[in-house]
Ligand binder design. Structure first.
Ligand code: IDP
Ligand code: MG
Length: 159
């Protein structure tokens, strides 16, 4: 069961947020938005998964520094579900350069850096599908009915 809403997105809580104790605040933003947590785990990222996950920037001069940062503590990987959740979460996340991110967004409220910008969020439905599979085995994703959905969505949005 998943209340008829199946779109999923991947969040990584990055090492700066782990070090600064922001996991609860970040998770709270997604909970209060009305999203459903369907997967969550702490994991250390090796070079291989970082090269795959950041393939679009792996040839940039800043990549070695980024990889070192992303390996400086474990990250917390989360899979959130909701209606058009990929776009909704990117809106909540804010732009990459956190010091210019909109106030009220997670990066806008919690970060100042381009690289240490507290979370990763999938940027398209296609990428989200690949990224969720990259970080979660099927048995680590959970389907359940969330009772508050009747207050989060209108009935026709759940059909
Ligand atoms: P996004 O996280 O907002 O989707 P991407 O362009 O996909 O941004 O870059 C992935 C991550 O790489 C960023 O979140 C950030 O941590 C890092 N990054 C991107 N551009 C730079 C840069 O110019 N300098 C340092 N780190 C960067
Ligand atoms: Mg990206």
């Amino acid at each position: 069961m998943s209340n008829g809403v199946a779109e999923k997105t991947l969040i990584l809580v990055k090492p700066d947020a782990i070090q600064r104790g922001l996991f609860g605040d970040i998770t709270s933003r997604f909970e209060k938005k009305g999203l459903k947590l369907v997967g969550c785990k702490m994991m250390a990222l090796d070079e291989a998964i970082l090269r795959e996950h950041y393939a679009h920037i792996a040839d940039k001069p800043f990549f070695p520094g980024l990889a070192k940062f992303m390996q400086s503590t474990p990250v917390i990987a989360m899979c959130w579900e909701g209606l058009e959740v990929v776009d909704a979460v990117r809106n909540i996340t804010g732009i990459t350069k956190a010091r210019e991110a909109e106030s009220g967004s997670i990066r806008g409220d919690f970060a100042m850096s381009v690289s240490c910008n507290v979370i990763h969020a999938s940027d398209s439905v296609e990428n989200a599908e690949v990224e969720v599979k990259r970080f979660f085995n099927p048995d680590e994703l959970h389907a359940y009915d969330k009772s508050e959905y009747m207050h989060v969505y209108a009935a026709d949005e759940l059909e």
